[in-house]
Design a protein around this ligand. Structure first.
Ligand code: C2E
Ligand code: CA
Ligand code: CA
Ligand code: CA
Length: 396
């Protein structure tokens, strides 16, 4: 249950109740209140876009006040794990700040409730501590975020994500060698949604791990089934940096390889250098375990970000994928041309295969061939296509 409606006067939670979720007001009005010596104290009145019930979840305590709908109210529920993940992801300084704000809030709250002025038994008072707020810009964007995350989770559960396939072709002979699987979201209302509209959200919500493995498993199954008795092209899949912080992805990949019967030595995993910067030692360990499965590793998007050459010899990469921004420079005269030339030569000497990304025009093929680049990928050969179109490429 992700959304709940409360009638006017209904209690959302009681004081002292254990807390396993927080709420965002979608519609209506919520009163946060406590009762001390028969005095009803309104601590806050909240409107659309405002969050409540988060404190007890964050410090694992019971509810220190009650929440009540003052009119017909609809709330969205944020589970404990969803909330905690967001907190874990923030910068350490921000996390620290949050911790100290929570403890100050707790002190202020208990002080307030214990030293109420002029408590007079017998006369049931009504005391309002804070003025109503709500409808802020930040509140709207929080609502929007939670809606989009719920939609992503729903889409994942409904199997709306599917791989498209883009051919990877030999530069020397122009023959099909493999495919890169690229995620697409077949959304019931929005149509075919490209990754630039959901990868970021997937990473912020942590759902990217499930998306990546779902795409990988589908692509393995589809390619294997489509190829049938014909030689099986290799398959390259993208893994988010988040997979490289623990070993879960190793079992995840192994399970799906077994499930689909896809041969491990035909699978390549693409990762970018952002997977390596946070915790290089851990990333290195994960990479080695993936290689133990028989899967090969490709460094994606080389030429964007830091593009440190030291990654090439410090990490066990088998393939280097040169980003389209670099590949484009091969069509021009100038210094970038020499840089790309040097990178390809270096990678080849280290025994790596090199894939040029974003090969949009035929004139790039000659320089790539002269430089000894192994594979090309780009609109010149083909755009990413759905599985049924991919089948037609296997006989060419
Ligand atoms: P990427 O891994 O660098 O994938 C290549 C992107 O370049 C793809 O965009 C592809 O359609 C596009 N492309 C291919 N050839 C050409 C060309 O000749 N010219 C131009 N201008 N573009 C070309 P797409 O499919 O939109 O994917 C964008 C990015 O989203 C990918 O970049 C990758 O970082 C991410 N992504 C896609 N699928 C997945 C996935 O399953 N998991 C994860 N974690 N990320 C994914
Ligand atoms: Ca890629
Ligand atoms: Ca790339
Ligand atoms: Ca890219």
């Amino acid at each position: 249950m992700i959304r709940k409606t409360f009638r006017p006067g209904a209690t959302i939670f009681f004081e002292g109740q254990p807390a396993d979720c927080a709420y965002i007001v979608e519609r209506g009005q919520v009163e946060i209140c406590a009762t001390r010596d028969r005095t009803h104290i309104t601590l806050a009145t909240l409107g659309r876009g405002e969050i409540f019930g988060e404190m007890a979840v964050l410090d694992d305590s019971v509810r220190s006040a009650a929440a009540r709908a003052t009119e017909e109210t609809e709330v969205l529920i944020i589970r404990r794990d969803q909330l905690k993940r967001r907190i874990q992801e923030v910068e350490p300084v921000v996390g620290q700040l949050l911790g100290s704000l929570i403890s100050r809030f707790r002190q202020a709250q208990s002080g307030l409730l214990n030293d109420l002025p002029g408590r007079d038994r017998g006369t049931a008072n009504h005391l309002v501590v804070s003025a109503p707020t709500g409808g802020t810009e930040r509140g709207e964007s929080a609502l929007n975020w939670i809606h989009r995350e719920h939609d992503l989770e729903r889409g994942l559960g409904a199997g709306e994500f599917e791989p498209f396939f883009q051919p990877i072709v030999t530069i020397a002979g122009g023959e099909l060698a493999g495919f890169e699987a690229l995620a697409r979201w077949r959304h019931p209302d929005r149509g075919l949604v490209p990754p630039c509209e959901f990868i970021d959200l997937g990473e912020k919500s942590g759902l990217i791990r499930q998306i990546d493995l779902a795409i990988m498993a589908d692509a393995c199954a589809l390619l294997r089934r489509t190829a049938g008795d014909r030689p099986l092209p290799f398959l390259s899949v993208n893994l988010s940096s988040q997979h490289f912080t623990d070993m879960d992805v190793v079992t995840g990949l192994a399970e799906r390889l077994a499930m689909t019967g896809f041969p491990a030595d035909r699978l390549k995993v693409e990762l970018t250098e952002t997977a390596l910067v946070h915790d290089p030692h851990q990333a290195y360990e994960v990479m080695c375990r993936i290689k133990d499965l028989g899967v090969t590793l490709a460094l994606d998007d080389f030429g964007t970000g830091y593009s440190s050459l030291s990654y090439l010899h410090k990490f066990p990469f088998d393939v280097l994928k040169i980003d389209q921004s670099f590949v484009r420079a091969l069509g021009e005269v100038g210094r970038t041309h020499h840089i790309v030339e040097t990178i390809i030569t270096l990678a080849r000497r280290m025994g790596m295969e090199v894939v040029a990304e974003g090969v949009e025009t035929a004139d790039l093929i000659r320089p790539l061939r002269e430089l000894g680049c192994t594979f090309g990928q780009g609109y010149h050969y083909s755009r990413p296509v759905p599985a049924d179109v991919m089948g037609g490429m296997l006989d060419r």
